[in-house]
Design a protein around this ligand. Structure first.
Ligand code: ADP
Length: 515
């Protein structure tokens, strides 16, 4: 929204100069000054002068001030020299005339003083008479109105600038539309959100530019769901709509639009509206994440609990005569499910601590090849169909890291490699040392990851949506935890994968001195 430049001060000065010139001519004066009240300086300042050069003016104003300190409230008709207690050099007109009789009048609008007007005659001329005073009063009224109008224009324009500054500075999109739903205002946040420059959309119907669609993809515009077309009772002042708009480059953006309607009273129809448009993509993502998480968590808790309940009920039956082997198997299953539950709770707690940044690292010297072998030994027992290989190049350096967290990272990656290669295959952990960092890769020959998921699988609670993934139990926290731990150590984690051919997760850790 561009600010039109109003030449208010220049206009005022010219108007006052003309009024002053006419007053001087009517009164047979030689020079004159108009001073107006400055809100910023809090004093009267010269707004126009006639027949005086700037230097004389600068000298004259303080003298006038001193001679008639209460001018703002009354009329003065005086001799400058006799009004002062000292002997200043008398002012001269720009034609070199020495000036002395002075008549001064306040410029008043109602009861307010908005300025002062002075007319000076040359030295030796008659003093100003009572009729002269009446004549000057008529000019003073004109000057006062001009000064007051200029002040109003100035105030209005400042208010307008303030409003525009607020609209422009707002992080939220703000759009104004008229009764015919044509766009009349479009702030910078709207430009950023939609990708449309203001000059392109101003004057265009908003339903053509934004075309809000509901969550089912149906257009809301041109229906009675649009607050501009609703019956007055359905939307008294503020209504909110949510849905999708399309940006200039064809992207769909989820938004909330709050309409503040201004109704014209004669017909009860909105005369215009200001619409606040908020990007709610992140909010919707969090909402979706929350509901996915809750249903996933429900499932992940329910399954082990049902198994435990089933086994305990059976084993506890008073009529049951269980042999040692059956008993042992049942207790083993219960233990496994309890372990699973405890692992899940630990993951949730760790994820929440990562979120609140309350995880502290207890760093020490870590032999990653030994950690990798330990993890394989532990998980091998649960794997069955897989072959494992650990290959670190000779002289692989000791890293300075949190040993428990490092074990957690490798465990999560190998656990996933097993889970997501249901047909078995080879799982390898390789380690390479570079100049200033080490690289560890966990590779499998499993189901692989579709390209569209590669970016997102490190996000919290994000799981693949293929049926193969859905068959495997999980809550989508393993990789998020891995990434957070690796990054807390100053490293990076990445994935490459070929659907159907396997995945490779590689993390790096900087080689640094023990600190
Ligand atoms: P979870 O395994 O509980 O779903 P993760 O955060 O460990 O959570 O993994 C997130 C998603 O990444 C998984 O749901 C799966 O889609 C994908 N994924 C992770 N590791 C592998 C892998 N080795 N092979 C194929 N997909 C994987």
């Amino acid at each position: 929204m561009e600010t039109p430049q109003i030449p208010r001060q220049a206009d005022l000065q010219e108007t006052l100069r003309i009024i002053l010139k006419n007053a001087i001519e009517a009164l047979g004066g030689s020079a004159g000054v108009v001073a107006t009240w400055s809100e910023t300086e809090h004093r009267f300042m010269t707004s126009g002068c006639y027949g005086l050069d700037t230097k004389t003016m600068e000298r004259l104003l303080p003298l006038l001030d001193e001679a008639i300190p209460d001018l703002a409230t009354s009329v003065h008709n005086f001799n400058l020299l006799s009004a002062l207690n000292f002997d200043p050099p008398l002012p001269t007109s720009d034609q070199g005339l020495i000036l002395n009789p002075v008549i001064a009048l306040p410029l008043r609008v109602g009861r307010r003083s908005v300025g002062l007007i002075y007319v000076l005659r040359r030295l030796g001329a008659d003093s100003f008479s009572i009729p002269d005073q009446a004549t000057l009063a008529a000019f003073a009224r004109q000057a006062a109105i001009a000064a007051d109008n200029a002040r109003l224009v100035q105030t209005l324009s400042e208010e307008k600038e303030k409003m525009e500054y607020m609209l422009e500075g707002s992080a939220e999109g703000i759009m104004g539309i008229d009764a015919r739903r044509r766009i009349v205002g479009f702030n910078s946040a709207m430009e950023r959100l939609t990708g449309y420059p203001r000059e392109v959309v101003l004057g265009q119907p908003c339903h053509q530019v934004l075309n809000l669609r509901d969550w089912e993809g149906k257009s809301v515009c041109n229906t009675t769901r649009c607050p501009m077309l609703m019956r007055p009772d359905d939307c008294t002042s503020n209504c909110e709509l949510q849905g999708e708009i399309q940006t200039a480059d064809g992207q769909d953006v989820e938004v909330a639009m709050v309409y503040s309607l201004m109704r014209s009273y004669e017909r009860g129809q909105p005369a215009s509206a200001v619409i606040n448009v908020r990007d709610i993509r992140r909010l919707r993502e969090i909402e979706n994440l929350r509901s996915t998480f809750l249903s996933m968590l429900g499932h992940e808790l329910q399954t082990p609990l049902s198994i435990i309940k089933g086994y305990t009920d059976t084993l506890a039956r008073s009529d049951g005569k269980w042999d040692k082997k059956t008993l042992h198997h049942g207790l083993e299953v219960i233990e496994e499910e309890c372990d699973r539950l405890s692992k899940l709770v630990n993951r949730l707690l760790l994820a929440s601590r990562i979120e609140t940044r309350t995880v502290t690292l207890k760093k020490d010297e870590v032999q990653l090849p030994a950690v990798a072998s330990k993890v394989i030994r532990r998980l091998e027992a649960t794997a069955g169909k897989h072959n494992f290989e650990v290959s670190f190049n000779p002289g692989f350096p000791v890293v300075y890291a949190d040993p428990e967290r490092m074990e957690e990272v490798i465990t999560n990656l190998v656990d996933n490699a097993i889970k997501y290669s249901p047909l078995g295959g080879k799982i390898t952990i390789t380690g390479r040392a570079e100049v200033d960092h080490v690289k560890v890769t966990v590779a499998d020959e499993g189901i692989g990851i579709p390209r569209r998921d590669l970016e997102r699988i490190f996000d919290r609670f994000r799981r693949g949506d293929t049926s193969q993934v859905q068959k495997v139990r999980g809550v989508g926290l393993g990789l998020y935890i891995c990434k957070s731990i690796v990054e807390a150590h100053g490293g990076r984690i990445e994935v490459s994968s070929e659907p159907g051919a396997g995945s490779r997760f590689t993390f790096t850790l900087p080689l640094q001195e023990k600190r």
